[in-house]
Ligand binder design. Structure first.
Ligand code: AOS
Ligand code: ZN
Ligand code: ZN
Length: 388
């Protein structure tokens, strides 16, 4: 039996970070459907993020994306967030939207373009100094489209050089989270295609270099929870970019495509100690809401992560271990599935009441009138970045 009050305590201190770009208009390369009431400024994105925290109680920070969230005074922006009851979280870099980066950013064959990309990454560390952020998230669209297009090994050397320069610049309480992605926008080869490549670069640099697992960045069928277990064991799991994929990097709501996979991932997180705040695993969402309302989409996503976490915390570890050591294949699997098949919604509703929240965050948000007030106040909302 698992102690539900301990499970509730663990859930009470959950921290899920929402991304500023989830609140803006986004879409595919075919069409961006503009929604009403979307934020026009970074401050308004923070206002929306604060609503997600207000109704869920477990989303106290918001990740920024530079230059989409460019402002003159980042310390003032961090203070603004604080006033609204949230914090500025990870700073996301952008070396993928400039014409100069057609053949890559930090791995570009042209040293002047590499320098420009590195300068942006370093500027983002300056921004972290101002906002007090701990994490710099590095995602590179770098790669090639055709065999022979560029030298694969030289590109690794260039990547290593840039990462070392960023690492060198990090302060004592800062770190970078290095993201990998199998493909897209490069279709033949990505310079950081998988966790092993990110891990190898991070391992060489030291403890302030950590791997971030974006759940949408793997080949179909990849056992992501194994990667999570392995990286945690090695002390190299910096965090997650949570989202769902059906086909490629779909960036749909986490837990929508495969809630069972999310549960398996959260089980390994809990098992590997990654749920403890001191391990520094960041639980971030990296999503877009192209056709659904954005704030509600974020609330739903936070709830999906909560539900998977609750189930992972409910696993009867004693019974599982006993079955495992007895070689009881079906017994162990049954214990694992029992937790997954538990309806944790009543437990979470109860927890929310204990936290002074409404039992149903979506209903409470809908009834709050916030959406109607921003539709009224905001005219001409901003694209999230890609849709600009
Ligand atoms: C891109 O595919 C990565 O998932 C990035 O983490 C992220 O989506 C981006 O930084 C936001 O544009
Ligand atoms: Zn991501
Ligand atoms: Zn992605």
């Amino acid at each position: 039996m698992t102690d539900t009050s301990a499970v509730k305590d663990a859930l009470r201190r959950q921290h899920i970070e929402t991304p500023s770009w989830a609140y803006g208009n986004s879409g595919t390369r075919f069409k961006v459907f503009a929604q009403r009431g979307v934020p026009r400024t970074p401050q308004e994105k923070i206002d929306d993020a604060a609503q997600v925290h207000r109704f869920t109680g477990v989303a106290p920070s918001v990740a920024l994306h530079i230059p989409w969230d460019r402002v003159d005074d980042y310390a003032a922006l961090a203070a603004y967030a604080k006033e609204r009851g949230v914090q500025v979280g990870a700073i996301n870099t952008n070396v993928f939207q400039d014409d100069d980066y057609m053949l890559g950013s930090v791995t570009n064959p042209d040293p002047a373009i590499r320098r420009k990309a590195l300068d942006h990454l370093l500027e983002c560390v300056d921004i972290m100094d101002a906002t007090g952020s701990r994490d710099l998230k590095l995602w590179f669209s770098d790669g090639t489209n055709y065999p022979g297009q560029d030298d694969v090994r030289d590109r690794q050397d260039r990547m290593a050089e840039a990462l070392a320069a960023v690492y060198e610049r990090l302060g004592d309480h800062q770190r970078f989270l290095l993201e990998y992605k199998l493909f897209e926008p490069a279709f033949y080869m990505t310079d950081l295609p998988d966790w092993g490549t990110s891990y190898a670069h991070c391992l060489k640099l030291g403890p302030k270099a950590q791997v971030v697992v974006d759940t949408g960045h793997h080949a179909p069928g990849t056992n992501i929870e194994f990667i999570v277990a392995f990286l945690l064991r090695e002390g190299k799991l910096g965090g997650f970019d949570f989202n769902s994929r059906f086909y490629a990097d779909d960036d749909l709501m986490v837990g929508a495509a495969d809630p069972f996979q999310l549960y398996r991932i959260m089980y390994e997180v809990v098992r590997g100690g990654g749920y403890e705040p001191e391990t520094g695993v960041a639980f971030m969402l990296d999503q877009c809401h192209n056709i659904e309302p954005k704030i509600q989409g974020q609330i739903r996503s936070v709830m999906n992560v909560q539900e998977a976490t609750a189930k992972a915390l409910l696993v009867d570890v004693g019974a599982l271990r006993a079955a495992q050591s007895a070689g009881d294949v079906l017994g162990a699997n049954a214990v694992f599935m029992d937790a997954y098949n538990t309806d944790v919604r009543p437990l979470l509703a109860e927890l929310r009441e204990e936290m002074g929240l409404h039992r149903d965050p979506i209903a409470a948000y809908r009834a709050s009138g916030y959406y109607e007030s921003v539709v009224e106040a905001r005219q001409g909302g901003q694209a999230a970045g890609w849709g600009a």
